[in-house]
Design a protein around this ligand. Sequence first.
Ligand code: GLN
Length: 427
Amino acid sequence: MPHPTIATTQAALATGEVTTQQLVERYLAAIGEQRYLNIYVEVYADGALDQAKEQDGRRRAGSKLGRLAGVVISIKDVICYAGHGVSAGSAILEEFVSPYTATALQRLIDEDAIVIGRTNCDEFAMGSGNENSHYGPTRNAADPARVPGGSSGGAAVSVQAGTCLLSVGSSTGGSVRQPASFCGLYGFKPTYGRISRHGLIAYGSSFDQIGLLAHDPADIALGLEIIAGADNYDATAPNRPIPLYSKAKSEGPKRLAYFGDLLEGEGADPAIRTATRQAIEGYRAAGHIVESVTFDYFDYVVPTYYVLTTAEASSNLSRYDGMRYGYRSPEADTLEETYRMSRSEGFGTEVQRRILLGTFVLSSGYYDAFYGKAQRARRVIQEQLRGILADHDFILMPVSPSLPWYVGEQLDDPVANYLADILHRAG
Ligand code: GLN
């Protein structure tokens, strides 16, 4: 059976084949039946049902409905929603309630999207398998023994398991595309600045972006059209025109680049290399130009990313000090103990590892050798990619070199986990 889309859902609502309330009830039932997947940190059953009834009332009265009327969405547990908890998958923010709503989310709600709940993720979005969450791992609905990818793992499974139509995730270095790929969905990570970060809990601010996951690219296009654009609360979201993404048509043959070395080498799983070759042939057969290009810096993208993002994380996460936000250790007596114990008890292992690494690469004496050098490497990588994109419309590549691994398999090997990021790091 084809997956429902925004268009098919709204058509069914328009003919009265289904009411918004019935739709929400079905989604809530799907959540209830699949609790073992651990998709949601919190389900907003009452809020979603109230919104649904209110929309059904408006529909009956013939009053105006937004472009996302009847569209049930989920939000990653890093997106602020006024009056609702937001914890970034962390014990340190477990009790925190957001005083305001993220700009992107507000724009979706203004168009009548219905928020069904907040989804599980790696703590502070640090991870590739959704195994670093304070709430335990989310499982892949296609094979619950395997990870769904991360860090927006709950976001991906929320769509994969039929508990919503569209999910709002976030990406610092692959956290939308990789879980989408592991769960058989489309994942869209926009260019930096396209979507306001206001209300997105920060990990690495010069990389962080909100992104969307869905079964249907047309649904993502409409969502993007609604949330993209300038915002007074985010100076990095420029005031550029927003194309009508939902009406966009691809015309004429395109020029695609791919990294030939990747297909020849042993770095990627054979199944992934075969699928990539098939995709290349498919695009060629459809009349597009697909050519191999070289990229010289595969060995540098992962280290560069982990130096820069851990540096930024160490700074961003310094605000969780047991004073201003979230958890405070009940055992602490002095100010220093409060900082130390709250952070040691509140942050999980991976987050602590990254804060330590980030603090180290920024420390005096090491700053130039690590942070400064990584900044320069970032520039060099970016310039080579810009060069490729100057001659090509797209770069075609698999999202991940490996298939979804088993839950628990990589827990003792953080470096293996970091290396799994290699293919999306350039984005
Ligand atoms: N796997 C990457 C990491 O662990 C991706 C994180 C992200 O995009 N939020 O940092």
